[in-house]
Write a protein that binds this ligand. Structure first.
Ligand code: FES
Length: 105
C-alpha cells in the first residue's frame, strides 16, 4: 500500500558564517530527523501510512529547522523533539496539522 503521507526533514549543514545559515545550525536537522526515525522504528509511522526521508535544503532556510508533509503541502517550523512528537500524534495520527508550528513558505 502506498503511504498516505511523505515527511521530509531538512538535514542540511553549512559552514559557520554561511549567508543562508542552515537548519542544523539552528538546532534542527539531524537530531530532529533522528527523533522522527525513532518513531518510525517504534512502529508509529509506517503502520499509519507515513514514509519519512532526510532532505537537503528545502529552500526555506530563514524558517528553519523545517519539515514538509506531502501531499498536504504543510510546512512545519520544528524546534524540539516534542514538536516532532506532537506532529506524529496529531497530523499523522488524527489528520490534524499542528497549526502552531505551520508556516507559509
Ligand atoms: S538549510 Fe534547511 S531549508 Fe535550507
Amino acid at each position: 500500500m502506498a503511504p498516505k503521507y511523505h515527511a521530509f526533514v531538512c538535514t542540511t549543514s553549512r559552514p559557520a558564517g554561511h549567508p543562508r545559515g542552515c537548519c542544523t545550525s539552528k538546532g534542527g536537522g539531524q537530531p530532529l530527523y533522528d527523533r522522527l526515525l525513532q518513531k518510525f522504528q517504534q512502529g508509529m509511522l509506517w503502520e499509519k501510512g507515513v514514509s519519512i526521508a532526510q532532505a537537503s535544503c528545502l529552500g526555506t532556510c530563514n524558517a528553519g529547522p523545517v519539515m514538509v508533509v506531502y501531499p498536504d503541502n504543510v510546512w512545519y517550523q520544528i524546534k524540539t523533539a516534542e514538536d516532532i512528537d506532537e506532529i506524529v500524534a496529531s497530523h499523522f495520527g488524527q489528520g490534524k496539522p499542528v497549526e502552531r508550528l505551520v508556516f507559509n513558505p
